[in-house]
Design a protein. Sequence first.
Length: 378
Amino acid sequence: METHLTTLEPEQKKANTESFTINGTDYIEFYVGNAKQAAHFYKTAFGFQSLAYAGLETGLKDRTSYVLRQGKITLVLTTPLTPDSEIAEHIKKHGDGVKVIAFWVEDAQKSYDDTIQRGAKSYLQPTSETDAKGSVKLSGIYTYGETVHVFVERKNYDGVFLPGYIKWESSYNPTPTGLEYVDHCVGNVNVGEMNKYAKFYEEVLGFKNLITFDDKDISTEYTALMSKVMANGNGRIKFPINEPAKGKKKSQIEEYLDFYQGPGCQHIAVATDDIVFTVSELQKRGVEFLHVPGTYYDTVPQRVGKIKEDLNVLKGLGIMVDKDEEGYLLQIFTKPVEDRPTLFFEIIQRVGAKSFGKGNFQALFESIEAEQAKRGTL
């Protein structure tokens, strides 16, 4: 894997620095057709826990939101209550999908002012929301497609989630599956737009280009893609940006863009400290994963070297292994969690490694292409 560490000329350095602090991912909000049922799915299948609720009972007339949490991962599932709302239009066009990737920041006003000054398009002007537990400041900007980043300043708030939400009490509480935090979120963009959005993250948000993959790195006989991984200063936020590359057949990125009707969040990688336990639990609960050819594991000992995990167990679960100079990683990908072949999840465990599994790309692509062939979209 070729790793490009950004080197800047002196006059460029100021433009490519964070002028505000991003502490981490605050929450990820999905717009879905039925939030009550989606919440049940994420609790049952993935082990998320009930956290907060907002809807008719809290005074909302246009939408309902269920908030779930596991480890440091917070999901918000929002559904419209009227057919003519922006949320309903989003679902009609894209299907269920990610609308908001929110950042936990120290200063939502400064985050907004600085990004707008650097060329971002406004989504939400700075606003304060208050209840008996304190106040939260929110602001937001657009990124690729209709996806947005919301800046959340919550240092003056100790409520359950945000003002307007109440604690969600539930008698149905499946146990967690060991998911700890969001490792990265991947965006799919149109042909020729990868560099545009990499530049957006660099110039507007002060991110750096951590790794670049071209169509020689990520390709099979039939399909290919290119990707740039953008990361913020503390490395807690990582956004690979994918675009299709020319191939004999339709790539997974093109399939996504067709069914999502434009750019959007392709997958969310969630980290665990024990991937064998996590994947075993997820499989028991009905989560479907991509099938990795058994021959893939024949070369793992030579390619990766010594690992703590039992390779036969990993093979039985379909967990892939790769390494870099810092260590190794284990990863597996779910099939799409929607009827449209769009959003899916990656489960990842890092044992020192900071890379993204380049050694697994070939097997992963072949698995995805096999699924595309079944769908008639390859």
